[in-house]
Design a protein around this ligand. Sequence first.
Ligand code: THU
Length: 296
Amino acid sequence: MKILWELDTQVDPTWLTLMQKAAEAALIAEGVERECAVCIRICDDEAIHEINREYRGVDRATDVLSFPTVNYPAGVTAGQADRLLRREWDDEADAVMLGDLIISVPHVIAQAKEYGHAVQREAAYLTVHGLCHLMGYDHMEEDEKRQMRTMEEKILSSIAMERDVQPVSDEALLAMARQAMERSYSPYSGYAVGAALLCADGRVFQGCNIENASFGLTNCAERTAVFKAVSEGAGDFTVIAIAASGSAPWPCGACRQVLNEFAPGIRVIVTWDGQTDEAPLSQLLPHGFGPKSLDR
Ligand code: THU
């Protein structure tokens, strides 16, 4: 894999070594045998913000942007698209040009800190993520997101860099929901609810119901957890545990709708008075209205 570096900012050379290794592993995992090249620009938040605004109409900085040269048909990735790859042969690079990646150094540093791993590792992870996009993967739909994550894990584990996500058991998540319940502010209904929302990266966000003397302003435990998570940049919610006493705290209609916005495939587990029950959200909100309903 040839990498054409464009370094706006000075970074430690160990970043580049690991990113090169990750990029090579991506091609091998995908089964691409042709010599390929990629342009990687390493820049600050200001530069990535500008590109995001200009080319994607998104007015904010981000961690990584990918601009593939190949236009893959739906469901096809680089490993099955040799004919398309051949068309992108670039004489100057003497390789198939897969596209451009732009990576923000401040985001690499902040995310490495958040996940508690080395900056080089975060840079390599973002390279893998971006290269997956350049190879035709995406994460707009649930099933393609799963395929992309599986490929990312395959690449990272081939270079012994898989994300060491601590599995969170249902029991642990239920205990966190019960703990959140203790923080409920519910002087009007006296019905305390706690929630614990698990993300695929292992993070858990807790929430409780927060009532108000103006009753309609009450926020349910589930929505507190979802809003905390989304506002911290988390996503990919896999399970939500909800705790109360006296009756099974199945989420209300508003919470089902909010969960459906971000995680239509989420599992919902409820616990009350020593009992538990569970159901997928798709069963609690059949024929739900969601982001896809607005696809034109
Ligand atoms: N509540 C929740 O926290 N989650 C739900 O899904 C249903 C209801 C809270 C809101 C209010 O504080 C109390 O339970 C009684 O409605």
